[in-house]
Design a protein around this ligand. Structure first.
Ligand code: DQA
Length: 152
């Protein structure tokens, strides 16, 4: 049997605090709960996943660079770095894999400083406002992308 395509799921600063952090905005699920659901969903879709979180921009840049030649796509919730990090933007652009941007909250309903994303210009699409479920929606979309089905 052919090896399952690998999708790297990257989570940025403070997402390790999910479950206790601003529950009204981010919900009650922990990052471990989200990872568990993502693993189940990926299995059904025939995808392998690597699920990671870091509070450090440089570590995230390193992971993006290392995805080259190893992964078929990336699902990225860069947390607050979404709104600030040209380094993450450049790394995603350099690696050139399909990217789906995810946010638990609807960033466009929130403060103006969250309306700008440095990830969106290098992402195939954005899923935001659906809580932890957004990761499963992104995996479904990624399964089609890596199968070469595009948006049709
Ligand atoms: C977030 C939205 C960001 O604006 C915020 O800084 C986060 C989480 C989200 O998932 O809704 O840390 O990426």
């Amino acid at each position: 049997m052919a090896k399952a395509p690998t999708v790297i799921i990257l989570n940025g600063p403070n997402l390790n605090l999910l479950g206790s952090r601003e529950q009204a905005i981010y919900g009650k699920e922990t990052l471990a709960d989200i990872e568990k659901s993502a693993r189940q969903c990926a299995k059904q879709l025939g995808l392998a996943i690597e699920f990671r979180q870091s509070n450090h921009e440089g570590e995230i840049v390193d992971w993006i660079q290392k995805a080259r030649g190893k992964a078929s796509g990336m699902i990225v919730n860069a947390g607050a770095l979404t709104h600030t990090s040209i380094a993450i933007h450049d790394a995603l652009r350099a690696v050139g894999l399909p990217v789906i941007e995810v946010h638990l909250s609807n960033i466009f309903q929130r403060e103006v400083f969250r309306h700008q994303s440095y990830v969106s210009p290098v992402a195939q699409g954005v899923i935001c406002g659906f809580g932890g479920q957004g990761y499963e929606l992104a995996l479904r979309a990624m399964a089609r992308l890596v199968a070469g089905k595009g948006i049709a």
